[in-house]
Design a protein around this ligand. Structure first.
Ligand SMILES: [Zn+2]
Ligand SMILES: [Zn+2]
Length: 170
């Protein structure tokens, strides 16, 4: 209601931002004559429409930020981190496996070399022991031949001892 004209406020002055009655608007002395005015119901409808649009916009923004993209980002980073860790593990595992292989091979080769040396040394020892044993037997044989004064046996044994001596003396 217009307090001045006691009449229904049917219009809205866009410049004065207030509702006015038709008398306020159409009187010759009215300042609203030169102002932009609309029907009050049109103004209210447009305000409601704008309010509705804005509310929808707010809802869209709210949904967008409620989806917590930071959570998604964190998930993506975590996934990437896990993938990277797996990759590093794979490479390190492979490198370690390769080192293990080299380690085993070097050990095997060293062992083989050492054992072949041992076998050579042992073989040599055995042969020398055999020769020494045979030399002692020849000496005993010569001693027995000497006891029995068997000259031919003594000479033969002496020759054999000579040969055995040169073998041992190498
Ligand atoms: Zn009025
Ligand atoms: Zn006005």
């Amino acid at each position: 209601m217009c307090h001045v004209h006691n009449y229904l406020n049917d219009f809205f002055c866009l410049q004065c931002h207030r509702e006015i009655c038709s008398h306020c608007l159409f009187m010759a002395t009215s300042p609203h004559q030169s102002h932009d005015t609309v029907r009050l119901k049109d103004y209210l409808a447009s305000v409601l429409r704008k309010s509705k649009d804005f509310s929808q916009m707010c809802a869209v923004v709210q949904r967008k930020y409620e989806r917590r993209p930071s959570g998604k980002v964190r998930e993506a980073v975590r996934a990437k981190e896990q993938a990277l860790c797996k990759l590093v593990d794979k490479h390190v595992d492979r490198a370690v496996a390769r080192l293990r292989e080299v380690q085993q091979r070097v050990k095997r080769e060293f062992s083989a070399m050492l054992y072949s040396n041992v076998q050579q040394v042992e073989g040599c020892q055995d042969s020398m022991l055999r020769k020494a044993k045979r030399g002692k037997e020849l000496c005993l044989h010569l001693g027995r031949a000497a006891d029995k004064a068997k000259v031919r046996d003594i000479v033969e044994a002496a020759k054999a001892i000579e040969v055995a001596y040169t073998e041992l003396d190498q």
